[in-house]
Ligand binder design. Structure first.
Ligand SMILES: [Cu+2]
Length: 207
């Protein structure tokens, strides 16, 4: 593994970390997944039955990109008036869900970390990405390329940033959250070459 330069962030206890994600040309990247993992042994605070929802709207998954904590129960409603058949062959969670119009299938618990790619057996163009992480400090960039990770205790972290791509290789940046100012900002540049950006944009435009 390549040694990482440690970026020291001086922030107060329970810090806020703003992460700005852009491509090499400086364009802000929306829907980039960002998560910070503590590198020491301190246990992350537990969450009670976390839940998330991935809907089907106009033959697209909504949202296209999700980041959830390990153990999260994901609901798959179907806002379309047609049938979908959702599947994943990804090792962290292999499953198939038949979604009938007006009937909600049982939720699926994502119990292992990693990337899960969702497809639909009926609509080939449908694709969605679910990043399952073993940390409570995570988020997804909005249209301006920004995401805020909140309430990070003082300590050392690995900050990972990922954008929908055929491979799951998050960019890793070591950071130290220290004790001086209430918030800090870090900028990440992601090389999106080989990413599934066109698919993402097509899905947004609607099929
Ligand atoms: Cu479908």
């Amino acid at each position: 593994m390549v040694p990482l330069a440690v970026l020291t962030l001086s922030v107060s206890h329970a810090a806020k970390l703003q992460v700005a994600v852009a491509d090499p040309s400086g364009r802000p990247l929306a829907d980039a997944v960002v998560y910070a993992t503590r590198v020491d042994d301190s246990p992350a605070f537990p969450v009670r039955s976390p839940q998330a929802t991935i809907d089907q709207v106009n033959k697209s998954f909504v949202p296209l990109v999700s980041v959830i904590r390990t153990g999260t129960e994901v609901r798959f409603p179907n806002s379309d008036n047609i049938r979908h058949s959702i599947y994943s062959f990804s090792p962290p969670k292999v499953f198939t869900q038949k979604l009938y119009a007006g009937v909600e299938a049982p939720p699926v618990v994502f119990d292992k970390p990693g990337l899960v790619v969702l497809g639909c057996n009926i609509h080939d163009q449908m694709v969605a990405w679910v990043v399952v992480v073993d940390t409570p400090y995570f988020g997804k960039t909005s249209a301006n390329g920004l995401v805020e990770l909140k309430e990070l205790p003082v300590g050392d972290y690995e900050l990972r940033t990922w954008y929908p791509a055929p491979t799951f290789e998050p960019k890793v940046q070591a950071i130290h959250v220290g004790n001086a100012v209430p918030s800090a900002r870090v900028s990440i540049v992601l090389d999106t070459a080989g990413s599934l950006l066109p698919a993402l944009e097509n899905s947004r435009a609607g099929h």
